[in-house]
Design a protein around this ligand. Structure first.
Ligand code: ZN
Length: 413
């Protein structure tokens, strides 16, 4: 927030290593094809700078404030730097009397406290503008899209690592989704795993409003690096292989609730039979998803399994989801399900002492460890598109290289 005398100004500070989390912003227009690689990592920080030295007494300035619960319109307008009698006049406007707490309002205010315009986001994409005479108009907000590049190291969970680097949840979830064919985020994560992610940030009047798509990412899991680049409607490895696999690594979606280190084995030490599957401890009601496209072979009660869904996939593969609290609506024998469709919800029906999902992966009726089986991948980038894809991927991969090196450096310290 500006105060008379000092102006906080965004200044790029060059840092070589930040312990734990490395963050970088690059002010770049949306076109991901034309991303120049910055010569050094710029970490954006707000530093106080003597205003007089930079800005010779401005005629107007932009001020932004968040409307708080308990704020009156008048007090809020005063906080935006709007002087009387303008504040009292504008405070009568219904649109300003009905601001929702949490709304960020930007005001362009003259040096004398005269409002030149007020604006705020109303809903997702609609920008409301109010003129000094109190007329309100609404139009589609022109977001400015920049790219953020961030890295972090897993200490306790993916969400904790994302929080440490100020990475939004939506980006952490996309990250887990992009690598869901290679990594079981419930069981495979280890301390010191690390990741780098390049994603869009949509800003309005210089203020980041929300994160967009993940454009590129690297995940180093148990010493093995996986990389993905967004292209068309999917994600591909830098060589053009599709990141989507025939089977997801985990039947449970990654979320704040289910996140954490290697899901604890459920407390039942003596399983009800020779254990042929994987147990995921998770709260009752957690969504259980089909790991691959298939057809429901069985959905009902079956002895110790309790409520169980069995899916038949291509070839000789079947998957089993047991101890469910309930099935997905409309699911019955013969239903077709696509990868990631909900089949049911975690429970503790059958012989289970605590809520958990018992999951089996079978080939020709034999329980197998899904992690030891090479999973066929979905279609790669078509050969005729490969040159275009490689040209698109190159600058993104260069960024991953840059941050990967830096986070390695940070780790060595
Ligand atoms: Zn089990």
């Amino acid at each position: 927030m500006e105060t008379p005398g000092t102006l906080k100004r965004t200044v790029a500070v060059v840092l070589l290593a930040v312990s734990g989390a490395v963050a970088a912003f690059a002010a770049i227009a949306p076109a991901p094809e034309a991303i120049p690689v910055p010569p050094a990592i710029a970490v954006v920080e707000a530093l106080p700078i003597d205003a007089e030295a930079l800005v010779p007494s401005p005629a107007s300035y932009i001020r932004a404030e968040q409307f708080q619960r308990g704020d009156s319109a008048g007090a809020f307008l005063a906080r935006l730097g709007i002087a009387e009698p303008h504040a009292a006049r504008l405070a009568k406007l219904p649109i300003l009397r009905n601001l929702r707490p949490g709304t960020h309002v930007s005001a362009v205010v003259g040096a004398d406290g005269m409002p030149l315009s007020l604006s705020f986001l109303n809903g997702r994409d609609s920008l409301v503008e109010i003129t000094p005479d109190g007329r309100a108009s609404e139009r589609r907000a022109d977001f400015e899209t920049r790219l953020a590049m961030k890295s972090s190291v897993i200490r306790s969970s993916l969400f904790a690592a994302a929080d440490a680097a100020d990475i939004p949840d939506s980006v952490a979830m996309q990250l887990a989704d992009v690598f869901s064919g290679d990594i079981d985020f419930h069981r495979d994560l280890r301390k010191d795993d690390r990741f780098t992610v390049v994603y869009e940030v949509h800003s309005l009047l210089g203020r980041p409003v929300r994160a967009g798509r993940v454009l590129a990412a690297e995940f180093v899991n148990q010493g093995r690096a996986y990389r993905a680049v967004h292209y068309g409607s999917g994600y591909y490895a830098p060589d053009g292989k599709n990141m989507r696999k025939a089977f997801l690594r985990s039947p449970l979606e990654f979320s704040r609730v289910t996140s954490g280190f290697g899901m604890r084995r459920h407390p039942l030490a003596r399983e009800w039979r020779a254990h042929t599957g994987i147990d995921y401890g998770a709260p009752v009601g957690t969504r259980v998803r089909a790991v691959g496209d298939g057809v429901v072979e069985f959905a009902g009660l079956k002895g110790g399994y309790g409520k169980v869904v069995i899916l038949r996939h291509q070839g000789q593969t079947t998957t089993v989801y047991a101890h469910l609290s309930r099935f997905a609506g409309g699911l019955h024998r013969g239903s077709r399900v696509a990868q990631n469709d909900t089949v049911g919800f975690v429970g503790q029906t059958g012989w289970a002492t605590g809520p958990h999902l018992h999951y089996e992966f079978r080939i020709a009726g034999q329980a197998r460890n899904p992690f030891s089986i090479a999973m066929p991948a979905a279609t790669p980038v078509p050969p005729q598109q490969l040159p275009a894809f490689l040209a698109h991927a190159e600058p993104l991969v260069a960024r991953l290289d840059l941050l990967a090196n830096i986070s390695t450096l940070a780790q060595l310290e």
